[in-house]
Design a protein around this ligand. Structure first.
Ligand SMILES: Nc1ncnc2c1ncn2[C@@H]1O[C@H](COP(=O)(O)OP(=O)(O)OP(=O)(O)O)[C@@H](O)[C@H]1O
Length: 730
């Protein structure tokens, strides 16, 4: 490894614990609690750097409304602070201590760890809530871990979050869109509930700017004449020290192909380094699958030499059971290799990890309010992320981190912090949520980082055109409130709402469930060429594109993709939800199981908000009209005499094309026996509506359905201003 790798020049840090950890770990830990050899959990807790600050933390929380805790990764913030608070009585009298995380996986993992440390059953004193899953008990749960998105939803029922005594916003440096909105709202709640304590915790957050953000509420309280309660001026506490030392190694030369470099680094570690599991950070399912495949091939070619490798992918779309494999103990004599997206970047402790390989990239959301395109793009990570990644080693023994980039790049070119997600996202969902919480003055809202005015105006326009906001930019009643209640993109929610009147809610809810599991990624592949990758109900087309295309044709509906989804769903249902059926038809079994699950959730929500559940029994006209009612703003017209399939959007005359993954790409004359009505046609439909745009070499429409233009003025007269859409083309 020495020819390729250069040790970092950053001065190695001292182990926080003078005794070091190796004494206790002459061999790798093998199971969750037994991994700590003969140390009791209590002793382990006391060895964490944060323990020395226990009294200080409790003092500051008692006396300040907001405490900002900055501590290195692995210092014990997430697992220990909620326990200290509980021990100090903050959960007495039925009150609850909340700790938010940006990611679901972290919520579950940290909650089980804390339950284990406290010796209680998960779901009782310690519980967690993520979207569609609540593992808490009313009146029993004292410490609750939850995603920041879930806490925002809870505010709809309880705007002052009255059951919580302390809310700890963890991993605030990640600046996820929900974390930022949450901080803005918590700051408001504090003014009404001085008893509420906030802890903002992170490894790298710029504590001073955060402190001044929370400090401005002090002035307001003074002007309001309120003088009692804790000090409004935030306290900042810096927790020194971290777990164990992690040696950083940099690539000697810039790496041109990080996928290939990750594979060879795993193999070199396996050949040359002592036991210990490996965690590789890549960007998404596509490159993770590629590395898994390359490593498996290598293992086969090498025969016995590499047979000790257990190769496991990890990403958010992976089924739960497969995700949990990464937490299982590594059998003696084996080495686990976890190949992950940045879901493993923060808060997770994977016990056996000794080596981390960091590609230097992650998938990040970028939204352009002018073109209205939001893509997941492979982009360089920040120094803050790189440190978090390295911190996944060294949590229970010393470790090593191999960065697939040079030290010079790290020092001189890598950004210190990432751009907050709120400044690179479509704000439609975020604004409707704020409106539902009674924040009418969106422009005047105290954002920790202001989103762009263009993105805000664009989001307000969309919500207004959907009939969700009125002329005073307030939520309409009941439509606006109903749309806000459905935890999906407002355009999908509006489509569901309209299906109620059109008598096709069962079908539309199926379509909504399929749309909500899809993710569009734009990947910078290994030769620096952009390509679009779709995570969908179809299995990945890698190596079998022709067979996948043929399979799609079996379900293809000439109306378009949404009706095709209904055909697939019906086929899946008729097969008894069989995995063999999925395999035979190139349908992604796990995605379909998720669709069934989400569909059930959506049906329950629909019933709660008064949407009649009804099937249109094959009347696809009703289905297409309901889709139009949600997505009318995405209408496009085929250019006259266009043989190249060029469309123009009605709204902004952008040139767009049907994406090759759409069943309308080849304008299918439907073959084989369809499961639902399929109209035969062989030319591109004149009018279409798309679900989203993706930008690669051209602007492509994904999930396309043909429509009748007269529906546009029918469902959205305000948007089309009583003109016939065709007249708006020029
Ligand atoms: N599931 C686990 N198994 C074993 N040890 C664990 C586990 N979870 C946490 N620990 C131990 O507790 C330490 C502190 O973890 P914790 O998540 O509280 O740190 P943190 O300061 O919040 O770090 P980060 O910001 O990286 O999440 C870990 O370094 C590890 O030694």
């Amino acid at each position: 490894m020495s020819q390729f790798w250069k040790p970092g020049t950053e001065k190695p840090r001292l182990l926080d614990d003078e005794e070091g950890g190796l004494l206790f770990f002459s061999s790798l830990p093998s199971s969750s609690s037994s991994g700590f050899g003969y140390l009791s959990i209590e002793r382990l807790r006391q060895r964490l750097p944060v323990y020395k600050y226990r009294t200080a933390i409790l003092y500051l929380v008692e006396n300040h409304a907001t405490t900002i805790v900055v501590g290195e990764t692995g210092s014990g913030k997430t697992t220990q602070i909620p326990q200290y608070l509980k021990e100090a009585g903050w959960a007495d009298g039925g009150r609850v201590i909340a700790c938010t995380q940006p990611r679901r996986l972290a919520v579950q993992a940290v909650a089980s760890r804390v339950a284990e440390e406290m010796g209680v059953k998960l779901g009782e004193e310690v519980g967690y809530t993520i979207r569609f899953e609540d593992v808490t008990k009313n009146g029993v749960t004292m410490i609750k871990f939850l995603t920041d998105g879930v806490l925002l939803r809870e505010m709809m029922d309880d705007p002052l979050l009255t059951k919580y005594s302390v809310i700890m916003v963890d991993e605030a440096h990640e600046r996820s869109i929900s974390t930022d909105i949450l901080m803005g709202l918590l700051r408001k709640i504090q003014r009404r509930r001085p008893g509420l304590r906030l802890i903002i915790s992170s490894a790298t957050i710029e504590a001073k700017s955060m402190a001044s953000f929370f400090n401005s509420s002090k002035k307001r309280r003074e002007t309001e004449g309120e003088v009692q309660g804790p000090r409004m001026e935030p306290a900042i506490l810096s927790v020194e020290g971290r777990g164990f030392n992690v040696q950083i190694h940099y690539a000697e030369e810039p790496v041109s192909n990080y996928v290939q470099a990750a594979v060879s680094t795993v193999l070199s570690i396996h050949d040359q380094e002592p036991t210990g599991d490996i965690l590789v950070f890549l960007t998404g399912q596509d490159d993770i699958d590629a590395v898994v495949q390359m490593l498996n091939e290598e293992v086969q070619n090498r025969g016995r030499n590499s047979s000790g490798l257990i190769i496991l992918p990890l990403y958010s779309g992976l089924p739960r059971a497969d995700q949990e494999l990464v937490f299982t103990p590594t059998p003696r004599g084996k080495r686990k290799v976890v190949i992950s997206t940045n879901v493993a970047e923060t808060s997770l402790t994977l016990e056996g990890i000794v080596y981390v390989i960091d590609s230097g990239f992650s998938k990040q959301r970028f939204y352009n309010p002018i073109s209205d395109i939001e893509n997941l793009v492979v982009a360089p990570i920040s120094k803050a992320s790189a440190r978090q990644r390295a911190g996944r080693a060294g949590r229970i023994r010393p470790g090593k981190c191999y960065r697939l980039y040079t030290e010079e790049y790290f020092v001189n070119e890598m950004a210190t912090e990432g751009i907050p997600e709120i400044q690179r996202s479509n704000l439609v969902s975020c604004i409707i949520q704020l409106k539902a919480l009674g924040i009418d003055n969106i422009l005047g809202f105290n954002w920790p980082a202001s989103p762009s005015p263009e993105a805000m105006v664009r989001a307000l326009e969309v919500l207004y055109s959907l009939g969700v906001l009125d002329d005073d930019a307030k939520l309409t009643s009941p439509a606006g409130f109903q749309v806000a209640e459905i935890p999906l993109d407002p355009m999908i929610s509006k489509m569901i709402l309209s299906s109620s009147q059109l008598g096709c809610s069962e079908e539309i809810i199926t379509i909504a469930a399929v749309l909500s599991i899809q993710k569009y990624n734009v990947a910078l592949d290994t030769v620096n060429k952009y390509s679009a990758i779709l995570q969908s109900i179809w299995v990945s087309g890698r190596g079998a594109q022709k067979e996948l295309d043929e399979a799609k044709l079996r379900f293809a509906a000439a109306e378009g993709d949404h009706v095709t989804f209904l055909n697939v769903y019906k086929g899946f249902f008729q097969s008894g939800k069989s995995s063999q059926w999925c395999h035979k038809n190139f349908v992604n079994y796990h995605a379909m199981k998720k669709v069934v699950e989400i569909r059930e959730q959506l049906r329950r929500i629909a019933q709660r908000i008064g949407i009649a559940l009804k099937s249109c029994e094959g009347d696809m006209l009703a289905v297409r009209k309901a889709i139009t009612a949600g997505f009318f703003a995405n209408a496009c017209h085929l250019e006259a005499h266009s043989h190249s399939g060029k469309y123009k959007t009605i709204r902004s005359s952008q040139e767009v094309y049907i994406h090759p993954s759409s069943v309308l790409f080849r304008a299918p004359k439907c073959t084989l026996a369809p499961l639902l009505t399929v109209v035969t046609f062989g030319v591109n439909p004149k009018w279409v509506i798309y679900h989203s745009l993706v930008s690669t070499d051209r602007q492509y429409m994904r999930n396309v359905i043909s429509i009748d233009p007269s529906w546009l003025t029918e469902v959205a007269p305000h948007f089309y201003q009583h003109q016939h859409p065709a007249s708006m083309l020029h």
